[in-house]
Design a protein around this ligand. Sequence first.
Ligand code: SAM
Length: 742
Amino acid sequence: MSKSSSAPINTDIASSQPAHQSNSNSTKYSNIVKPAKIDWQSDDTGNQVPVSGEFGDVYFSHADGLAESRHVFLNCNQLPERLANLAPQQCFTVAELGFGTGLNLLALWQLWRQLRTANPELATSRLHLITTEKHPIPLEDLTQILTLWGQRAPELAELIEQLLAAYPPLITGCHRLDFIKDNLTVDIWLGDAADSLAKLDTTASSQPAPHIDAWFLDGFAPSCNESLWADAIFAQIQRLSSLGTTAATYSCAGIVKRALQDSGFEIKKVPGFGRKREMLTAVMIDNVVSADISDKWASRDKRAGSNKKHSFDRENSFDNSNSNRSSVSSNADKSKDEQILSAKPTHVVVIGAGVSGLMTAWALANRGVKVTLLDKTAPLSGASGNPRALLAPKMTPIHHADDHLHTIGYLYSSRFYRYLNEQAAINNTPPILEPTGAVDLLVKSNVSIKEITDYPDEMAITLPVTQAEDITGLVALDLTENLYLPQSGLVNPQALKNAILKHPLITFRRLEVTQINETETNIGIISSSYSDNEDESDSTVTIEADSVVICAAYEGHQLDSRIVACRTIRGQLSWFTPTAEQQADLPKLPLKYSGYCAPFIAQTGDANLNNMLEDQPQFLLGASFVDGDKNISIRSDENQQNRDKLIRDIPELDNIIPTDTSLWQARAGIRTQTIDYHPLVGLLAQSKRLWTLSAMGAKGYALAPICAEIVADMMLGAFPPLSTAMLAKISPNRARLQKALG
Ligand code: SAM
């Protein structure tokens, strides 16, 4: 049987798009993405519909793909009822095999929006879609496909626009797209589904293990592509499902039925969509296969009729006459669910208001958790408070990208800051990320240009020399070797801080934590409050919370000795106000060499953190690197070092950059680094409530947003966007750190 069995094959193929990546290494490394090749056919009503060039099957029905998606995946997983009945803060997880055109996502998203509008109780409930795709459709083709859908189904138009804006570059690994206003998280795992599902972590959560609530089994017909119906896939489906997990597929093929049954699902044939007579729905009745799968669906359906607000829960999938064991576990499981929900943290204290603490507060607050953010000084008073931070990828050969934390973090941060930019534009506040692009002069890079050719152009591209000269403004340097990073930009920390502290669930308090006491039921923070008023004495403040996250960089070790003592590296960044004449000859966009430099214009709010005048041009360069130094006073010799480094790598700037560096402004901060360079992210050993997110080195603005998502997911029992192996690499309790101490 084919997914397209109801539609005659139309040989009148309108166009055939080439794959957009060169992928010279894609045959050598199996984990390099091979984009889909799209062919076009006419459907039953004369609309152009995409067909997979690899597999020769349709992405969706020729009758009406959207109606099919709603029937097969939404209704037959009973999502309208189940989603409407979610409890506050509850996260419902859907997993999809084959993201394709994203039509299932759009149908699901639209349903979720409708339900949230109709049911205000869903305000803090979440929807998480985990979807897999081996041959992602290039953005250009996807735009063409979804534009057609936007015309056919105008109710999808706004969602399509958001999806296209967030669509990731085609690089293997997990790409998290957050649609924050809709409480919707979409993790697109690019790569073979069996590999991606095997990476989903169920062990790192401080809550009972996360599980998938509903599966969209949407591979091409088994006759066209067996890989999504293989034993390895069903082994993962079984591992990731729980009692009551449902699955739906348009396919009624024998291998699908048998595989679902062998994986612990009870199956049922129901009427298919359009001309398809039947399709399959399934419910997990046991992780261990039950020999007796008699007429349980019939009894479930009878009960469903008598219960208007019926949710497709475990009880309804069992027949009470012959499943004693099942109904016991069903009830036990239900009360476990209730415990899980009540045990979820509702108030968390975050210690440290640098970029790690701010991002942690944001990730939790967006999940409905109240956050008290503490700092002994002020937000961004430490190393995160530079005037600007350069957000640029640290390139690695593409076949390593999926387990390269910096690449994962960079891609997520870019998307996240762009989302904040949209909000800033609405609020008429300074942008969080100035999308300047950047050029890496490859002075310090550990990858060759050749190794980078496999990357999509939007991530990195080598420019022809004349273009590189135009874009940088450099005229004498040999720019044959260059890397243009189009999506790089300058983060404005002050604007980021303002956007985050506006969140109604985040409260900042200036307090110095002196003690943390964890008990079985909560965690107490004892701290000192320093009064700015000389007449008032300092006082002791105690705060109780469900969990605490220590984001105090190298000082985390003093708050809890389970956080390893880290290397401390002093870095001083320098800046000056160029004259109009200097400005004309300075680099026109950020450059990476053995340091980095960037021109920018000071924005409203900059002067609250650093010495500069609003609307004035600035040129920054840095940073110094002094190992083992925790002193943050400004040193004029380090301004000179920053100048020397720039001139050594780009000699033509010697005549342009002022020589008297003693007049420059500067800021020194301490970067915290572990011996293996990975940050510390996770629950501390032997603790149920004490977490850390620290040791970001100089990469906080790239790493903290994704690491904060990871901590929030682990704390609330959701699937984090990182593989189990990667989570182990950043665990604060990893053996490698302990060995170094011993
Ligand atoms: N759900 C999609 C939608 O809404 O447009 C349609 C999915 S289409 C029928 C099947 C998808 O599975 C294709 O996009 C195909 O590239 C993908 N696929 C095929 N084999 C795969 C594999 N081994 N791992 C992950 N994805 C795979």
